[in-house]
Write a protein that binds this ligand. Sequence first.
Ligand SMILES: Nc1ncnc2c1ncn2[C@@H]1O[C@H](COP(=O)(O)OP(=O)(O)OP(=O)(O)O)[C@@H](O)[C@H]1O
Length: 655
Amino acid sequence: MMGLRHAARACPFCEVRAFLGRRPQLQQTRLYAQIQRDRAARFDEAAARRRSGGPSRRRPDASRPSRMVLSDTVARPARPAADGQPPKKKTREPFSYLNRTKATGILHKRLDVGQDQRQDTQSRQSSATERREGDRRFDRKRTVSSSDSFHALKMQKSLHEIPYRLRSAIKAKVEEVDSFEGLPLMESVQKAIKDALPDLEYRTPTPAQAVAIPALLGLQKQPRTRNPVKKTGPDSYLLAAETGSGKTLAYLLPVIDAIKREEAADKEEAERKAAEDATTKAADPTRRDDIFGVEEPDLNKAVDPARPRAIILVPSAELVAQVGAVAKSLSHECKFRAAPISAKNSATVIRNRLFNENGVDLVICTPPLLASIAESNPNILARVTHLIVDEADSLFDRSFKPSTTEILERATPSLKKLFLCSATIPKYLDKYLAEKFPDMQRLVTPNLHAIPRRVALGVVDVNKEPYRGNKMLACADTIWQIGKATADYDPAEGKEAIPTKRILVFVNERDDTDKVAEYLTKKGIDAMAFHRDTDPNRQAKALASFTGTEKIKEPKDSEAQKEAAKSNASGTSRQLLNTKVIVTTDLGSRGIDTVSVRHVILYDVPHTTIDFIHRLGRTGRMGRRGRGIVLVGPGDRADVVKEVREAMFKGEALI
Ligand SMILES: Nc1ncnc2c1ncn2[C@@H]1O[C@H](COP(=O)(O)OP(=O)(O)OP(=O)(O)O)[C@@H](O)[C@H]1O
């Protein structure tokens, strides 16, 4: 016995049990005898059951429910215990390590519970890391060609990257929303889509609308927040969708729906209150509301003039007019009051629109103007429930950020929904939003940061003959070639020739707009410079023919044109007919819906991929085809242009 005990002590496994004062060999013998006894008893029991004709133990009774039923609560979190407290986490007891089947270095652990828990966390973290790495590998595989070849673009690296795996998942979701009728918008809003927007060719929601409208209507589950208890403030959303994808309607429709619903709820509440007052008065006719004999003013009677329910912020007066026009056309059907105001309006117009005695529901404005109005009139933001920041990357950059954040802070107490939207998400914006709005729901379309393949990009090498580095000459010549080409067809309009061609020329510096426009005019081209100081009336007129808001009168040759044609025939001077050109900077590239533009000329190579996306985004809008032409002159980054062209050809996102 002593020898056995000695042997047991020598074995490292038994050392622990010996330490606890047990005798393994003796226990083993006792255990074996017990097993034998149990087995014999079970055998006797089964034989007795067979004799009495009862159900066999091996063949389960069909009348009794099986114990092997799949749980229907697998995906649900663990239920709290009966006392209402959350279930306690099992902690490993020191002795639970004794029966482990895997050698995990138990002797080296010295029964250290804390260390084991740390290891558990580590292993969980490492499996999550593996999963993330798998996702990254997938994306790397998808973008390996682009990331390998985009050396020049990598140096700019201004855009936030969206994984391709995520894009594919969104594509599947977008396909589920195939009509406006399927969305729970109010009847009047549905009617407005049909009647007030006759120009919508397809009448099906675009991908941007398919991801944004359900989310803003509250149909989508909010993602789980890290700290749900701490979440305060409005629900915030970021819509990132490519240019010309219908972002304006993506936020306007849910906002109008919310305005109408709030209005209906207010009306109901007022009626309920009136009925209540009437019953109290009927019950006690002697009761008087006017204490001291003076009738109290009914505060609800007066409609507070400038207290809109929704605000839309945009970066330019041109966009105020554009979004205002869409809102106005919807308001005829839905009956709400929209007030587009910008610095281009006179003070009287602003006052009349904003302080309308019937009230205002929706204000469309630039941040600096609204911030200055709010400073002298803080009540203007007291009832705002929906705040939309269109072109968010511009409105949160250095120039607009102070006024945008000021409006946001003032509106926050009453704000229910904050909606940001943009065609490009630069890294600085992504970082800022992650810090400021960690719970922001991000709505991204599958083609974000990609220029559609239906837009072709051509390159003109200005250094070569016949231009010899003369960019202005190259620009004029390119416009002449486009203007003279007759085989220009619009597939969206049943393959009809386009009578008047509209071309946008983008320059990097504002001073160049005038110089280039002047040169083009000298060369017989109908060109106009478009910048902040252009005469507003002339500007609006020129832009209207590019945005399709002006009914296009097709050329019944005017006297001037006939003259020009005559002089052209006699060879005295050359005049390019039926072609209109606007020379502009970034001002014309942000949000302006230039639906009738088929050609965009990039006179200068844009500084960033963001500018590429916005400038080329003025053509090929909403399924149309378009063409971009870059003039690469001395000192321009030809390598960047080459890579952008490559990405466009492959339909990949720019980085
Ligand atoms: N569902 C739809 N079907 C057809 N056309 C639509 C639809 N939604 C919007 N449009 C049209 O698409 C055009 C572009 O819309 P919008 O200006 O809202 O694009 P955007 O995404 O804001 O572009 P950008 O990023 O350049 O500002 C408009 O002329 C609009 O009338």
